[in-house]
Design a protein around this ligand. Sequence first.
Ligand code: SF4
Length: 293
Amino acid sequence: MHFTGRTWRPPYEAHSVIIQATSGCTYRKCRFCSLYKDECFRMSPMEEFEEDLAEIKTYQPYARRIFWTGANPFAMSYENLKLRALTVRDYLIKCQSMAMFASIRDIRDKEVWQLKKLRAMGINGLSIGTESGDDDVLALAGKGYTAADIFEQCRKLDEAGIEYYFVYMTGLAGKDGGYQNAVNSAKLFGRCNPYFISVDSLTLFPDTELYRMEQEGQFIPAGEKERLQELQIFIRNLQIRTHLFANSGSNSYPVTAYLPKERDAVVSELQSVCDTVSEEEMAEYRRSLKSLG
Ligand code: SF4
C-alpha cells in the first residue's frame, strides 16, 4: 500500500478499509493545526491508487466501506473524484460507500448535480472539520469560511443526499468565549443535518500559530472546566436528533450521547465531573498529550 506522510482517519472509520487518495492538505492555514505543515498537497497517481485497490481486493474483496485518506480528498475535481469512485467499484464490487475528509471550501466548487452523481457512484460520508459555527471563532481559528458558508454548502449536500459529519472544538474561542461559541454553533449545526457530531477540545501544540499567539498574550486559553461547561451549553442548545461523540483523546473526560434522548443525563454527568474533578487534574491530562493522534 502507498502511504506517505501523515495518515489520519477519524476513530469512527476504524472499521473501514483505508486507501490513500491524497496526502497533505490544500489549505494549511488553520491556526490550531500543524498536522500537514511540512507536507505539500498531493493527489495519488491513478496508477498507485489502482495498485492499492488491487492489493485490498486480495484480502478484503467484499469491503463495503472504504475511507480515502488525506486531509481533504474532496478537494479533487468532480472528474477526478468520479474516475476514482468508478475505479473503486471496478475492484471492490460490494463497496457501498466511499468516505473522506472534506472542507467547506471543497464543496463550494461543486454543483448540486455533480454532488448527486458522486453520491450515486458511492461517495458518501464526508467528515467536515467545521470546528465552530460562530463567525468570530471561525475567523480566530483561520478557517477561511463563515457560518453562512457552512449552511449554504451543507444545504447542497442535503440536496444531493450525501451524509456528513461535523466536528466541534471546545476551547477554540479562548477564555470566556465558550458560551457564545456554543450557543451560535448549536444554532447553526441545528439548521444543518450532520449525521453525527464529533467533539474535540483544543490542545495547543508548539508548532501552531495559536500557540505563538498564546505565548505573545494574544490568545488566552480556556480552562478545562470552562470547556466542559461549554460542552454542556452546546448540548443544551443543540436542537436536532443526532449522535454526539466527545470521546476522542483531546477530551479530558470522554462522553457520548444520543440527542435529544440523553441530553439531561449527559449534561448531569458533565456537571458531576466539574464538581468532583479538580482543574489541575484535567490540565495535567492535557499537558500529557503529545499529539492529536
Ligand atoms: S485543520 Fe484540516 S483544513 Fe485546517 S490546516 Fe489542518 S488539515 Fe488543513
